[in-house]
Write a protein that binds this ligand. Structure first.
Ligand code: SAH
Length: 255
């Protein structure tokens, strides 16, 4: 079967460098035995994952043409044809699983929000994002790129920026640089505050990130009376995960 034609609307940029493909697959922790690959395309990562020892391995691919290609080249592979964002992950695995991929960049944030929602099942994420998204996830407080996903994922995962990837190792090349990151689940099972409110507070803070927390939280309708003056004068990007938890606990008492 001939190669898959790259479709822009599906974020298809096929990796052509085998060394990088192997490096991504080798970044998975050896103890990850249940693995889901998102968007395998023509299988540049898949072919290394198939032979991984002791691995229960599945792939999810939305593109029909890629699915046909995978069936042709990897007849024993379990290919789920569909949208990762709509996949019932609990039906697929009973155990914690790892997610891997050279991800479709048009849905990067949605993939990461899904990882956050499924945080009690996802043990690890290894994969390629646009460099800017990768940096944002791995960012520490105080920087301009530190944002909602840095805090939400930071509460439950250890993020590590692994390496940068140049655009010319893809066909077609994307407009931006890429980077591979690894998220490893930490041992926090529950935050010491209401988790839904935590998400609301983080989003409210960053949705108006130039404003002080006093204004940002107030305009989201959250009660700030019990919050110390010192915190209210700060902006969201200055708060660590721990400080967001403390802030949420204080707000919680007034609701
Ligand atoms: N992993 C391959 C392809 C990367 S391009 C490589 O490295 O060469 C991104 C892939 O994600 C494409 O195959 C695209 O069809 C697939 N994709 C896009 N949106 C998707 C979705 N919502 N669910 C599953 N796969 C998706």
């Amino acid at each position: 079967m001939t190669k898959v034609r790259a479709k822009k609307f599906l974020g298809q940029h096929f990796l052509t460098d085998e060394g990088i493909a192997r490096r991504i697959v080798d970044s998975l922790a050896p103890e990850s035995h249940h693995v889901l690959e998102i968007g395998p395309g023509m299988g540049v990562l898949t072919k290394y994952l198939i032979n991984r020892p002791d691995t229960d391995f599945h792939v999810v691919e939305i593109d029909r043409e890629s699915v046909a290609y995978l069936h042709d080249h990897y007849p024993t592979l379990d290919v789920i044809e569909g949208d990762f964002l709509k996949l019932d992950l609990n039906a697929l695995f009973n155990e914690p699983y790892a997610i891997i991929g050279n991800f479709p960049y048009n849905i990067s944030s949605q993939i990461l929000f899904r990882v956050f929602e499924c945080r009690n099942q996802v043990g690890e994420v290894v994969g390629m994002f646009q460099k800017e998204v990768a940096e944002r996830v791995a960012e520490k407080p105080g920087s301009k790129t530190y944002g909602i996903l840095s805090v939400l994922l930071g509460a439950f995962f250890e993020a590590r920026y692994l390496f940068t990837v140049h655009e010319n190792v893809f066909n077609p090349p994307p407009k931006v640089k890429s980077a591979v990151i690894r998220l490893t689940r930490n041992n926090v099972t529950h935050l010491e505050c209401d988790e839904q409110l935590f998400v609301q507070v983080v989003k409210a803070g960053f949705n108006q990130r130039r404003k002080t927390l006093r204004n940002a939280l107030r305009s989201a309708g959250l009660p700030v009376d019990a919050v110390p003056e010192e915190t209210l004068a700060k902006r969201a990007e200055q708060l660590s995960v721990g400080e967001f938890i403390t802030l949420t606990k204080t707000i919680q008492q007034c609701i």
